[in-house]
Design a binder for this molecule. Structure first.
Ligand code: HOZ
Length: 435
């Protein structure tokens, strides 16, 4: 059992984080290796972290926080789970990388094939970006078509063709679309509003048999948490099948989180290709794309769609990921995670109501977003009417009270199995004070 500290507070100023950040900004663009970490959307100096244990993290100045970032999703078991640490240490001691197959890859692949309803074969890569980029290439290879359709606010990594109206990372930085994207690639990308089936019907009427794939987060996590409407997702499945267009579910966030078999298990709707990442690496860099054996036979060396990587299927990531998945197999895992999430969401809702704060909370198992100043959020248009200033103030007050939230109003808060009832009560107390 992981020893848990029972209190969190910000007892010392963040002097060390400030010094580290100043040095980092001279060496790394913006001082960070991923823009959301720079806190541009909430202001202030990003905290540097030293360690994490269970639901708690400790910054470079020794302050402890209850963590709702959880490495942006991978840490469903919490920080430094002893069995994951052990799995990674054992694999590392045997050899960190071979650039040749190891048994760990088979174990991880078998677990994924058994868990995810639509996957018969899986290829491991090193990030979610690589997974979606490769899935798209596979769709183009299999259909012989060029166009792709994505959704406004859907983030699928930073591949050129997908970096169009891509939700949180860009919205947080105040950037509409990235500079440097090859316009020739982006011009084959159609963007549709999320949860709007009429729009999809019109697009397919305009471009019949021309779109290679539709890529969607069935539970969006990068415009804040926005679950797809079941009828919308069913309609999307029907329209794409009728047209011969492939449907890609980006389950990098929802995979093994919303349910063991991902969002596709919850909705009972099977995509043609699934992208995974985060949880399946147990906190180490990973991504994967999987599909039917027939579709995956287009991938080299079986077929002519080339995709490769020196560290793909890295044994340390495979060992940590496989152990994480095994830990999730206990029968009450998702009931417990769902209960924790609901406890947090309902508690926050009650506080918002009592304090007469206009806001809405979207949640699904293991993730939630609190949108200030909005009645309901169903797409990027409604998400972007949230009150940024209110979130900014709330973020810093929560931080003062020992709660580390994602530093952007467009992100999901991640709840892990290590978050205890006491953690959630403490979070609610902090929210009550902050509001
Ligand atoms: N992909 C995250 C934004 N939705 C940011 C990840 C990170 O900064 O680590």
């Amino acid at each position: 059992m992981v020893a848990m500290k029972t209190s969190t507070s910000r007892t010392t100023p963040n002097t060390n984080s400030q010094t580290l950040f100043q040095t980092a900004t001279k060496l790394i663009p913006g001082g960070v290796n991923s823009p959301a970490r720079a806190w541009r959307s909430v202001g202030g100096t990003p905290l540097f972290f030293e360690s994490g244990q269970g639901s708690r993290i400790t910054d470079a100045d020794g302050n402890s926080y209850i963590d709702y970032v959880c490495s942006w999703g991978p840490l469903i078991l919490g920080h430094s789970h002893p069995d994951i640490v052990q799995a990674a240490q054992t694999a590392t001691a045997k050899g960190a990388s071979f650039g040749a197959p190891t048994q760990y890859e088979i174990e991880a692949a078998q677990l994924i094939v058994d868990a995810v309803p639509s996957i018969e074969m899986v290829r491991f890569v090193n990030s979610g970006t690589e997974a979606t980029m490769s899935a798209m290439r596979l769709a183009r290879a299999a259909t012989g078509r060029d166009m792709i359709l994505k959704f406004d606010g859907g983030y699928h990594g930073h591949d050129d063709a997908l970096l169009v109206r891509a939700g949180s990372g860009l919205a947080t930085s105040g950037i509409a679309d990235s500079a440097g994207v090859n316009p020739k690639l982006a011009q084959d990308t159609i963007v549709a509003p999320y949860n709007d089936l009429d729009a999809i019907e019109r697009i397919f009427e305009t471009h019949p048999e021309r779109i290679a794939c539709v890529i969607i987060e069935p539970i969006a996590g990068n415009m804040g948490v926005v679950p797809a409407d079941p009828e919308f997702l069913a309609g999307l499945r029907r329209i794409t099948s009728d047209d011969g267009c492939l449907l890609i579910f980006d389950e990098v966030i929802s995979g093994f989180r919303a349910a063991y078999g991902g969002a596709q298990e919850i909705y009972g709707i099977l995509p043609d290709i699934t992208c995974l990442g985060k949880i399946i690496g147990g906190g180490f860099p990973v991504g994967a794309y999987g599909a039917s054996t027939e579709l995956m036979s287009h991938v080299a060396p079986l077929g002519s769609m080339y995709q490769a990587g020196t560290l793909s299927g890295n044994p340390v990531a495979m060992a940590a990921g496989a152990e994480t998945i095994r830990q999730l197999q206990s029968p009450d895992t998702y009931t417990r995670l769902s209960k924790k999430t609901t406890q947090l969401a309902n508690g926050l809702q009650q506080i918002l109501t009592e304090s007469e704060t206009p806001a809405t909370i979207n949640h699904t198992t293991g993730m939630l977003t609190l949108f200030f100043g909005v009645d309901s959020v169903t797409d990027m248009t409604t998400a972007s009417t949230n009150n940024h200033e209110q979130f900014k103030t709330f973020f810093h007050k929560m931080l003062q009270n020992g709660i580390y939230l994602p530093p952007s109003p467009y992100e999901a808060w991640f709840i892990s199995l290590a978050h205890t009832t006491q953690d959630i009560n403490q979070t609610l107390q902090a929210a009550r004070k902050s509001l």
